[in-house]
Design a binder for this molecule. Structure first.
Ligand SMILES: Cc1cc2nc3c(=O)[nH]c(=O)nc-3n(C[C@H](O)[C@H](O)[C@H](O)COP(=O)(O)O)c2cc1C
Length: 388
């Protein structure tokens, strides 16, 4: 099929992978209101069209958390993403490297930090969950450091996993163990290309870092229950500060929606925040990420990096987020759709598309460098926000 935009990659992914995996990527929590809002509210951001500006030769180059990047975009940590293509996180990290953007590996990725590190020249960023098993968490910090990661993302918006009803219905987490198994088998047999690429050739089918904790021979249900029982709602800002002290590099707090929390993160010595509602997978009905961004950028943007994720499906969306105050964005589902559709090539395809769209969008608003992007590019209901 012709892959014209990111939503085409989504459709290609839907056709290639078993339904329980597609629903896991694509779904959100509760009634999925926030998942929809993330996308819809971004589309509501209106940009000023400017003409005859001579904005030729657009450059997307810049820095993101101190790293030189070819565009202000990074691949967000996505748990179990690697099950969508053979050794998937290695393929995605290679795609990110080829396109000059950072890749952030999840604590609960299918591939371990060591495996991903061995597949690329540039160390990946790493995302950490605070687990009840603090020994596991400390070990993860040490492994990320040993792998050369310079930036750690501490995800704080999952003290308890949001209920994802699609995962129950799909056979990922609902029903009896036998029901789940039968449902998954029935879905896998309808996806022979994936079954061959991942099922047959893509092992081990584990959640890389968790495999030592759950033991040999564990199945998907064992991983699922380890994860469910290891999220920790007792964590406080003091714990976060202690974790900050364990890490010699930069540390970013991921999952901030409130300016008060962003100020606290700045006060506690973090280097940045990701304005995020976990892609609508946690508190349904909370703010869309784009709506939370402006006030947070205003509160802490002069003191720390402000990244944003949630609903970015095009290069135009990247521009919308940056005009609303972000220093850069993370792509979540967009890159995983690419991976599920066509492995490394699919992720590279998504990234090239986003870059091309961003270039056109910048030309049409009349800027050719990232430092020219700001709130003056936004249209308010009464017209332009501020004259240039
Ligand atoms: C399937 C899936 C798994 C995710 N797993 C993690 C994770 O392990 N750690 C984390 O910090 N965020 C995780 N996220 C959230 C993403 O990092 C990111 O915040 C979100 O996907 C952004 O929204 P978008 O998908 O609309 O771009 C996950 C998101 C999805 C869709």
């Amino acid at each position: 099929m012709i892959l014209a935009d990111v939503m085409d990659y989504r459709e290609a992914a839907r056709r290639r992978i078993p339904q329980f995996l597609f629903d896991y990527i694509d779904g959100g929590a509760f009634a999925e209101t926030t998942l929809r809002d993330n996308i819809a509210r971004l589309q509501d951001v209106r940009l000023r069209q400017r003409v005859l500006t001579g904005a030729d030769g657009v450059s997307l180059a810049g820095t993101l958390l101190g790293r030189t990047v070819k565009m202000p975009v990074a691949l967000a940590p996505v748990g179990m993403a690697g099950l969508n293509a053979r050794r998937g996180e290695v393929q995605a990290a290679r795609a990110a490297e080829a396109q000059g953007v950072p890749f952030c590996l999840s604590t609960v990725g299918a591939c371990s930090i060591e495996e991903v590190r061995a597949g690329v020249q540039t160390p990946p960023w790493f995302q950490l969950y605070v687990t009840r098993d603090r020994g596991f968490m400390r070990d993860m910090v040490a492994r990320a450091h040993a792998a050369g990661s310079e930036t750690l993302f501490l995800t704080v918006d999952m003290p308890s996993p949001g209920p994802r009803y699609r995962d129950k219905r799909s056979g990922l987490s609902g029903g009896t163990p036998l029901q789940r198994q039968l449902m998954r088998i029935a879905q896998v047999v309808t996806r022979p290309a994936w079954a061959f690429d991942v099922g047959l050739l893509g092992g081990p089918h584990t959640i890389g870092h968790v495999s030592t904790a759950v033991g040999a021979g564990a199945g998907i249900d064992d991983y699922w229950s380890w994860m469910a029982s290891n999220f920790d709602a007792s964590v406080t800002w003091d714990d976060a500060e202690e974790i900050r002290a364990l890490w010699p590099g930069q540390m970013v707090i991921k999952g901030i929606l409130d300016p008060e929390d962003a100020r606290e993160a700045a006060k506690r010595g973090f280097d940045g925040v990701v304005v995020s509602n976990h892609g609508g997978r946690q508190l349904d009905g909370t703010l869309a990420a784009i709506d939370a961004l402006g006030p947070i950028a205003e509160a802490v943007g002069d003191r720390m990096a402000v990244l944003m994720d949630g609903g970015i499906r095009s290069g135009l969306d990247v521009l919308r987020a940056m005009a609303s105050g972000a220093d850069g964005v993370l792509l979540g589902r967009a890159w995983v759709y690419g991976l599920a559709a066509d492995g490394q090539r699919g992720v590279e395809g998504v990234l090239s598309l986003i870059a091309a769209e961003m270039r056109v969008a910048m030309t049409l608003v009349g800027v050719n460098r990232l430092d020219q992007i700001g709130p003056h590019l936004l249209v308010t209901q009464t017209g332009s926000k501020a004259p240039t």
